[in-house]
Design a binder for this molecule. Structure first.
Ligand code: AQP
Length: 338
């Protein structure tokens, strides 16, 4: 029996190269070695203000992105979180053992409450400002996603490490209180766990508008890379090199390294004696070339939306069976079954 791997992406818009290099590319490498379950986590996406009218379109886009990036649906299960109600059922159970203080200290929660946009409707002042329960509970829902399938590995980017520590802790707490049931899921980080945005400061992310989307046109990619922030070259610098003092340039070099498959020494040697202009020009062309097959596959999949929905339907059917079995075991251990 193969071990299970589980991961997901929120349907919050077109995926960017941070999602691809930090997570999805690693999922492809697991397809033959693990029983892989990849989720489109729509219940997570609604923990911040969003547009209900575009939600189904974004779910479809995310599924297309998975497959276009090489997630072969014949070799894994792809499904939508809200199509399997057991996710929220297990969340409630885990809520009863999840420490609130720990959730309040989660970095992503603290970041998101500070940048949360006002709701589109009017509420009393104190409610409008207050953090929403769903946002606080986000990591517990994530733990439920993983534990429901008894996943042993979870391939994610670095920003998810803290959440996964909570999932491990909740598995331990449940096993201690009610008897062994869940494996403690292991966090699997790839070779590029944190891709910075083109501002060279924060993680690449949709909400920071510092990203290159997987579907950006060659011209857009060239323009965005040309504008990417670089660090001032320090005196006596060797030029374009990986350096902890030059995070923005190191990030561009890392993206170049990931897309070309070269190692650090080869990349530095390649850019020896060259300046930022050459780095940016070459990087843009490499990204354009590597995204080309993904974009072609994407366009062909986009023309067959019914086939994609069918993949998601079959995925949900399969997941409901597994999730239903786990919930029976959970309820049995907790004295909730006759
Ligand atoms: N910049 C990144 N570098 C490496 N990995 C990343 N991931 C996200 N950004 C980076 C990984 O991608 C997977 C899906 O993450 P998500 O659905 O939580 O996407 P996200 O983090 O919400 O993406 P954004 O763009 O940052 O969304 P907003 O701006 O809405 O918060 C995860 O495995 C994540 O680690």
């Amino acid at each position: 029996m193969k071990k299970k791997a589980f991961s997901g992406v929120q349907p919050t818009g077109l995926l960017h190269i941070g999602n691809y290099l930090g997570a999805i590319r690693n999922w492809v490498g697991l397809l033959n070695r693990y029983e892989c379950i990849f989720c489109i986590v729509d219940y997570h996406a609604i923990t911040v203000p969003y547009d209900p009218l575009s939600m189904q379109e974004k779910i479809l886009q995310t599924a297309i992105a998975y497959i276009a990036c090489g997630i072969n649906p014949d070799k894994c299960t792809i499904f939508v979180q809200s199509h399997v109600p057991e996710h929220t059922e297990l969340t409630w159970i885990l809520n009863t053992i999840a420490p609130v203080g720990r959730l309040q200290r989660m970095t992503q929660y603290k970041e998101k409450i500070t940048k949360a946009a006002p709701l589109p409707f009017s509420l009393p002042q104190e409610d409008e400002k207050a953090a929403k329960m769903g946002l606080l509970d986000y990591p517990v829902l994530q733990a439920a996603d993983i534990l429901l399938y008894k996943a042993e590995v979870v391939p994610v980017g670095e920003d998810q490490v803290q959440h996964l520590e909570l999932a491990q802790d909740l598995a331990r707490r449940f096993n201690n209180e009610f008897g062994p049931l869940f494996p403690e899921p292991r966090t699997l980080l790839g070779s590029a766990p944190k891709i910075l945005g083109l501002d060279g400061k924060k993680k690449m992310s949709k909400s920071m508008n510092n990203y290159i989307s997987l579907m950006d046109s060659p011209d857009t990619i060239r323009k965005k890379i040309r504008k990417a922030v670089t660090d001032p070259i320090p005196l006596f610098s060797k030029g374009v090199v990986f350096s902890e003092q030059q995070l923005a340039v190191t990030n561009l070099l890392t993206i170049y390294l990931c897309f070309t498959g070269k190692n650090k020494e080869e990349v530095e040697e390649h850019f020896q004696g060259k300046g930022y202009r050459e780095l940016k020009d070459e990087l843009a062309e490499v990204i354009i070339e590597k995204l080309k097959p993904i974009q072609e596959k994407w366009r062909s999949l986009e023309s067959q939306p019914d086939d994609i929905w069918e993949v998601l339907k079959k995925g949900a059917e399969k997941c409901r069976k597994i999730a239903g079995e786990t919930m029976k075991e959970v309820k049995d251990r907790m004295g909730l079954l006759r």
